[in-house]
Design a protein around this ligand. Sequence first.
Ligand SMILES: [Mn+2]
Length: 322
Amino acid sequence: MKIKLLLKKIKQSKNVAVFGHQSPDGDCLGSISAIYFLCKNFNKNVDVFIDDLIPQKYNFLNFDFLKNDDVELNKYDLLISVDVASLKLLGKYGNDFVKHSNTIVIDHHLNRDLFGKINFIDCTKASNCEIVYNVIKKSKLKIDSNLATLLYLGIADDTGCFVHDNTEYYSHLIASELFKLCANYKLVNYNIFKLTTQKTFDITNKLNSEIKTIEGIKYIIITADFMKKNNCTKHDIGDYVNKLVNLEHTKIAFVMTEKQKSVFSISFRSLINYDVSKVAKIFKGGGHKQASGGEIKGKLEECEKLVVAECLKAIKLGDSNV
Ligand SMILES: [Mn+2]
């Protein structure tokens, strides 16, 4: 029923704007592309916005249609956000998005803001691309090999190539459908899960010596100074936090990165018993139980203390539930 309503809303509109989240990942890029092609197929004028640059590792696919310019959102009669857990992640588009009268949010995150006029949420899905796949199937848009590859990218990225605990039967089922539709899974798997740049390789070694341990927490703090000294960006840091959480004796891992003076973004990961989506929520973020992100402002030492304290609480809670 809800898919029908979504398709009807798109059909009824003329000019559609689609939005993804800052720090776009494969799921965001896959979902946003699929909705873009869907709108095109319905002969809509459609623009796609992300208030950020696309990480280099996704350059093996074509996202030329993405824009990040300042734009008057009132010229669109329908706004759709995909894979965006919190309004903040829409960046500069957030304010206008909430003010607009015709908005749809398509998402799969558990702890999230309901900032759309219509919220089309399915938290049982490991990736947003699984939801979008169902939408595309209902729409009768033919899934060609390019679209199959993009949808596969989303599922693979959000499930860590089917090894994260969010991976369900359903993720495999749709992936196998996409294989049948000639998704170029080898290209995706190589570029996302195997390939490492020399820079990331070198930075990883440096970061290894910066790891701090407090009880079951392992974390690193990446200051602007460190980034400058090593001439690196957040993209070069890559998915370091995913490796950190798998270091033995770790229950929760986080990476705190200074993105502006006294403003830190935090990526959290956890083992199955520990809920970092709640921790992220305390720091104005959101995400999944085992993978989430937030932000904190203030003096480094104080921020560090606060984040560690919340992680310790989450560990205590998780331990008591075992
Ligand atoms: Mn996602």
